[in-house]
Design a protein around this ligand. Structure first.
Ligand SMILES: [Zn+2]
Length: 304
């Protein structure tokens, strides 16, 4: 387990590039003068290759594979495809602790991807939860406190203190007050942007998207304080136009739903997250923690 996690950083390419750098060095020239000149040249080339290898190794250690997990609901029983039993979640947190895998705040990871902070430590993982379901307060909170893990919630404010399945603003404030929860944006009412694009004129669609992004950010900042500049795309739907609009509205990072780890080659406005379901137990959970790229899930219903 530990060794599997330790090899998350890729090591491909190093040998071939070093060999390329060493290419001109060789005893083939019959010219003695040239051969003598090869000695210092060889030293310089070796030194250059060594420096190149060191910087490549450094770059590759930075090119980590970070699993970002997204949960939705918890409960004693599985009532829909988006519920993970609370006991399973508790087991997953215990597993992380026993294997010295650190849950790190999403904010720090985003700062790293933006080039503003050092990389997270090896064997890190990020935990997020979308939609603001009541079970985040009733079931997730006690475990988050017990294990002291940072969690980022992505909330669409139209549901809060409104929909029967959602938390209240007071509950969200209590979560934030623990210092373990960050609350960020999931648009204002969780639209399907693909459908909205089809049924609106281009100008109306852009107005609608802006409104969803600005209103959510404004409401969350007003109600809970703090900076809201991270966005989970509803249903994981995004494209270049949406990314451009999100940037214009003050978002620095966005998150989709793809079952693979985030790497520094990813677009920071569409970082992948593993959508967690009841099936992600035992070995399946280990594969996620190890940062494996997994098969897409069949289209899951009730993704909010
Ligand atoms: Zn959602």
């Amino acid at each position: 387990m530990r060794s599997a996690i330790a090899i998350r950083s890729s090591s491909t390419g190093l040998t071939s590039i070093a060999a390329l750098a060493l290419g001109p060095v060789g005893p083939r020239s019959p010219n003695a003068l040239l051969t003598r000149s090869f000695v210092p040249l060889a030293c310089l080339t070796l030194l250059f290759a060594g420096l190149l290898s060191a910087s490549l190794a450094q770059a590759q250690s930075r090119r980590m594979r970070l699993p970002i997990l997204v949960y939705h609901r918890f409960g004693a029983r599985v009532t829909d495809s988006m519920t993970v039993r609370t006991a399973i979640f508790a087991g997953q947190l215990r597993f992380l602790k026993e294997h010295h895998i650190t849950a790190v705040p999403l904010r720090g990871v985003v700062r790293y991807f933006l080039g503003q902070a050092p990389p997270p430590p090896p064997n890190s993982i990020v935990i997020t939860a979308d939609d603001g379901h009541v079970s985040v307060f009733s079931d997730m909170l006690p475990l988050v406190k017990q294990y002291k893990i940072p969690v980022t919630l992505f909330i669409y404010p139209s549901a809060i203190s409104n929909a029967s399945y959602a938390m209240t603003w007071e509950e969200l404030a209590k979560l934030k007050a623990t210092g373990l929860f960050d609350v960020q944006s999931h648009t204002f009412w969780h639209p399907n942007f693909r459908i909205e694009k089809q049924r609106r004129s281009p100008a109306d669609y852009r107005r609608f998207v802006r409104e969803q992004l600005v209103k959510s950010k404004g409401r969350l900042e007003h109600k809970l304080g703090g900076k809201v500049d991270m966005l989970a795309w509803p249903f994981g739907i995004y494209d270049d136009e949406l990314i451009g609009l999100a940037r214009e509205c003050g978002y620095l990072a966005g998150f989709s739903i793809v079952r693979r780890p985030a790497t520094s080659r990813d677009n920071v406005m569409a970082l992948p997250r593993y959508l967690m379901t009841e099936a992600d137990q035992g070995r399946a959970f280990e594969r996620i923690v190890e940062g494996e790229s997994l098969e897409p899930q069949p289209q899951l219903e009730n993704m909010r």
